[in-house]
Design a protein around this ligand. Structure first.
Ligand SMILES: [Zn+2]
Length: 437
């Protein structure tokens, strides 16, 4: 508003009366009326035009396809048809749409729910992970991977620009939860998932994954390790977190853990006739029970420090996770550790600090050493020709625990090394490459 100028304009039309009102002369009245009619006419003309053709600068609705979307579901949401969507977007196969794909919605009336209408570009900052970014925008790592054609979701760099297709403003975590981070995400079958939780003023935090308790450690930022079973179906699996505040109130959140396929192949193990008898289910059961005793009790203190080391010098002859068939039988198991080819008598090293939880001969695993690294993390060393430690003994990373052999169910001298987390055998290579948590 410019009051001074509008006073000038009115000066020619009106004279100010002593009572403060305005008196307008006849000619000026007519001019005003004409102006009013013109304006009204222009409005009448313009209004239907505005409805018939929206101004060009107003963008059409662009919808970014989400996981599990179908064309018919999108058509239903925007009160349009699959045919109209196919035509508007030049889609050749209506069965094939992909997360992150941008679809123009023809003649769309805005959807009642605030659904995806645009993407934002996020510049990766130092220390950010894809899962953290996904959390921030209320989207999924999978959607980010698809929208940005990422080959490896763990490889993003500072300054990288990412398209974030978002479904709704990031759904805030209910208090007292402040932040939850899952690493890596997606987690590959057989990997170890690290769950980090920030919550304010809580006295307790517990979790449940696949029917197994998730036990948290630490103060302030709490963390837990979850072993993802190698035979877990690829896809999303729920992780439940329950926080208890000082007043005894419990708040529960349900998260989706995205498990990716490990691409594990199948190998057939041919056992020599004499050794095949070792597969007697009763003998296997007795050994399982012995192991259950060992794994049932673990130290409440973290003993491992930094990454684990390779236990023996030699090439890997069988990696973790390979599905197994014995003598051409059906696949019921997978390789629960890593096999190293090494000459009989080669030194086998403790892969990290811990306490010896088992040092004795077993039927299937042969001469065995199991180290308790605390908090439910164990390493196992099997088929040894010699055991060089005793139960209860504290060992340091690099200490010799035994010698390579072929005792138990082995087709030749080799070391079988495995790592167990929260009751599940996990891929040990992750523990060599990374410092967990
Ligand atoms: Zn093995």
């Amino acid at each position: 508003m410019e009051p001074a100028r509008s006073q000038d304009v009115h000066a020619g039309f009106a004279t100010r009366q002593p009572d403060g009102g305005l008196q307008i002369c006849c000619e000026q009245k007519w001019n005003l009326l004409k102006l009013a009619i013109e304006v009204l006419f222009a409005l009448l003309l313009l209004t239907p035009l505005a409805y018939a053709a929206p101004p060009a600068q107003e963008p059409a609705i662009v919808y970014v396809v989400q996981l599990d979307d179908t064309l018919s579901a999108i058509a239903l949401r925007y009160e349009t048809t699959v045919q109209a969507l196919v035509r508007a977007n030049g889609i050749t196969n209506p069965e094939f749409i992909y997360p992150g794909q941008r679809l123009v919605i023809p003649g769309a009336s805005p959807a009642p729910e605030p659904v995806v209408q645009s993407s934002v570009v996020h510049t990766v900052r130092r220390g950010e992970t894809l899962s953290r970014i996904a959390w921030r925008y209320g989207t999924t790592v999978q959607a980010l991977v698809a929208a940005n054609n990422l080959a490896n979701p763990n490889l993003i760099h500072c300054g990288q620009k990412l398209i974030v297709p978002f479904a709704s403003p990031a759904e805030p975590l209910p208090p007292p939860f402040v932040a939850v981070e899952l690493t890596p995400l997606p987690v590959v079958q057989g990997q170890t998932l690290v769950v980090k939780v920030k919550a304010e003023g809580i006295v307790g935090l517990s979790g449940l994954y696949e029917g197994r308790p998730v036990v948290f450690e630490g103060e302030g930022e709490r963390w837990a390790l979850v072993g993802i079973h190698a035979l877990t179906e690829a896809g999303t699996h729920p992780l439940k977190l329950v926080a208890t505040d000082a007043g005894g109130q419990q708040v529960e959140v349900l998260l989706n853990v995205l498990v990716a396929d490990g691409g594990y192949g199948v190998e057939d193990i041919v056992l020599p006739p004499g050794r095949a008898s070792l597969l007697d289910p009763n003998l296997i059961r007795v050994e399982q029970e012995r192991l259950a005793q060992v794994f049932g009790v673990f130290g409440r203190r973290q003993l491992w420090v930094g990454p684990f080391i390779v236990p023996v010098e030699g090439p890997v002859t069988s990696r973790f996770g390979t599905r197994r068939s014995y003598n051409g039988g059906p696949v019921r198991s997978y390789h629960e550790g890593i096999d190293y080819d090494a000459p009989p008598g080669a030194a086998v090293l403790a892969t990290n600090d811990g306490r010896v939880a088992l040092a004795e001969p077993l039927t299937v695993r042969g001469n065995a050493v199991i180290i308790d690294h605390g908090l439910g993390v164990y390493s196992g060393y099997y088929h040894l020709s010699e055991i060089n430690v005793q139960k209860g003994q504290l060992v340091k990373r690099g200490d010799v625990v035994g010698k390579v052999g072929d005792t138990g169910l082995a087709t030749g001298p080799h070391l079988h090394w495995e790592i167990r987390v929260s009751g599940i055998n996990v891929d040990p290579t992750q523990w060599i490459w990374e410092t967990i948590p």
